[in-house]
Ligand binder design. Structure first.
Ligand code: R5P
Length: 267
């Protein structure tokens, strides 16, 4: 691997080969989603607990301290909204020069396999990889499902993840599902999981993260199940324990309950 590519990958994946990414890019098609209405207030207290931020350039420029040094995974696809006909109708919205200017560690783009705009989103991915490769910037492909959450099974996700890797993505972000080890086995690049919509109980999200890591995922790129929790710092601390300390779900739940009752002072 080229030095620059290697250097950027190691900003995201720590020495243990694992990562806790905080996803806060939801506004690119959802607008001011609940608990992310004032992004800076939600993001700042969580930065000390995560390895990178997945974020759009607008929120990065306006709401994140440039001198802070948190590695950035920049969301570069978009052009859709929750009100539009089809969420899969995405293009590349940020130039590679802008990504370099922002000193990002990776760029991220969604693919929608099996959708009306499948070809367009896969072509977007291939073009982005060609551009980013010239500068040693890793590309994270998100296997998006839009509003069709029921698509999230091992057969579909394995197909999407493998296509993303075949096209050259260095990192793939997908959903956890039953038989997740099949998805991991058939994808030759590191997989991280999204959390999806906020689950009823924090314990369920911790169980999901634990199961995904046990099946071979290299980390999480989680949003709503962290910052839509009433206890976001307790949640991110427990997730971190699963990812980097290889804690069981039970141990992480114990930490979460402890921090619920004894909140950490802000760092
Ligand atoms: C989609 O809105 C974004 O790509 C998110 O980054 C992704 O869905 C992960 O966030 P969450 O854990 O909230 O699903």
């Amino acid at each position: 691997m080229d030095w620059g590519m290697h250097n950027r990958m190691s900003r995201i994946f720590k020495e243990d080969g694992r990562t806790v990414m905080l996803a806060v890019d939801h506004g690119y098609f959802l607008g001011a989603v609940s608990r992310l209405e004032e992004p800076g207030k939600t993001i700042a207290p969580l930065i000390p607990y995560v390895d990178s931020l997945m974020i759009t350039r607008g929120i990065l420029r306006n709401c994140v301290e440039a001198a802070g040094g948190i590695p950035v995974v920049l969301r570069v696809s978009g052009g859709n909204s929750i009100l539009g006909d089809d969420l899969s109708n995405e293009g590349i919205m940020v130039s590679i020069q802008e990504a370099i200017r922002l000193n990002v560690s990776a760029v991220a783009l969604s693919i929608y396999v099996g959708s009306k705009y499948e070809h367009q989103t896969l072509t977007n991915l291939a073009k982005l990889i060609d551009q980013a490769q010239d500068y040693g910037i890793p590309v994270l492909a998100v296997t998006a499902v839009g509003k069709e959450l029921a698509k999230r099974d091992a057969h579909y996700l394995s197909l999407s993840c493998r296509i993303a890797a075949e096209l050259g993505a260095q990192i793939v972000k997908t959903y956890y599902c039953e038989d997740f080890e099949k998805v991991v086995k058939s994808c030759p690049v590191p997989l991280v999981i999204a959390g999806g919509p906020k689950l009823k109980k924090e314990e369920d999200a911790l169980e999901m993260a634990y199961s995904a890591l046990s099946c071979g995922a290299k980390g999480v790129d989680m949003g709503r199940n962290i910052w839509q929790s009433r206890w976001p710092i307790a949640m991110v601390s427990a997730i971190r324990q699963i990812v980097h300390d290889k804690a069981t779900a039970k141990k992480a739940c114990d930490l979460f309950h402890h921090l619920q009752n004894n909140p950490k002072p802000a760092k």
